[in-house]
Design a protein around this ligand. Structure first.
Ligand code: KIV
Length: 282
């Protein structure tokens, strides 16, 4: 079994040009699969709001949900670096709230780090959480929790002015003491600039190949989430199809009396059937 990686390993991977593999996970079995597959990092993302709970977006997700799912992921992947994602309104309103919410991921779910969305405007929260001794991953570019302000789930940094703002956000995250950053939905040219500009590992979700590693939402990768598919997603299998077909086959077999067969049934112990029938005759 591979040793659990630390933040220092990710810095060394960046130095050596080794790509970091990063995936979301929301539950125990998926975390087990991910650890067996050798993922470097797992994110218990607030995308679970859409992928697990069927909400329209991430806004309704609350801290307790994030903690329950993080605990399950930790149990499934005890030797993988796990990052807890701070949900909407768990850090925006005050520094105290930000530190308290971040601390819950470590104390209650044994996470290794936390992630939070925003650059310049949440730099003080990042600083306070780092000062509490917690490893922080920043998240800039498209930030789904504030997608209302961005006019929807739109790629960022596509004009020179917008690209400059993404760079400023990334630098604010670094200056506040974060040790990693995630860029979402940003052109590769801008992501490449930031990856060279910052010493810290820069992860991409929809930010192209020039970053130090890649993140995908596991429900997209396995073809489980069906509401929409962002441009940057590659589906590696189609679980929705496989599972639906398996369920259809099960229904057909039950209706036709094909399932269950003898091999699926328990047998009575030797001689017990006669005794049982005798008892029932009395
Ligand atoms: O919640 C999540 O999975 C995320 C990704 C979209 C980056 O924050």
């Amino acid at each position: 079994m591979a040793r659990k990686k630390t933040i220092l390993d990710f810095y060394k991977m960046k130095e050596r040009g080794e790509k970091i593999t990063f995936l979301t996970a929301y539950d125990y079995p998926t975390a087990q699969f991910a650890e067996a597959a050798g993922l470097d990092m797992l994110l218990v993302g607030d995308s679970l709001g859409m992928c697990v709970y069927g909400y329209k977006g991430t806004i309704p997700v609350v801290m307790d949900q994030m903690i329950y799912h993080s605990e399950a992921v930790r149990r499934g992947a005890p030797n993988t670096f796990v990052i807890g994602d701070m949900p909407f309104m768990s850090y925006q309103s005050s520094l105290e709230k930000a530190v308290e919410s971040a601390g819950r991921f470590l104390k209650e779910a044994d996470c290794d780090a936390i992630k939070l969305e925003g650059g310049v405007r949440i730099a003080e929260q990042i600083r306070a959480i780092v000062e509490a001794g917690i490893v922080v991953m920043g998240h800039v570019g498209l930030t789904p929790q504030s997608s209302g302000q961005l006019g929807g789930h739109k790629a960022q940094g596509r004009t020179a002015e917008s690209a400059k703002m993404v760079v400023e956000d990334a630098r604010a995250v670094r200056d506040a003491g974060a040790q990693m950053i995630l860029l979402e939905a940003v052109p590769p040219e801008v992501a490449g600039f930031i990856t060279r500009d910052l010493e810290m590992p820069v992860l991409s979700i929809g930010a192209g190949p020039n970053c130090d590693g890649q993140l995908l939402i596991v429900s997209d990768l396995i073809g489980q989430f069906q509401a929409f598919t962002p441009k940057f997603v590659k589906k590696y299998c189609n679980v929705a199809e496989i599972v639906t077909e398996a369920m259809q086959e099960y229904c057909q077999e039950v209706r036709a009396g094909i399932f269950p067969q003898d091999e699926h049934c328990y047998t009575m112990l030797e001689g017990e059937e006669e005794k049982f029938l005798e008892l029932m005759r009395r």
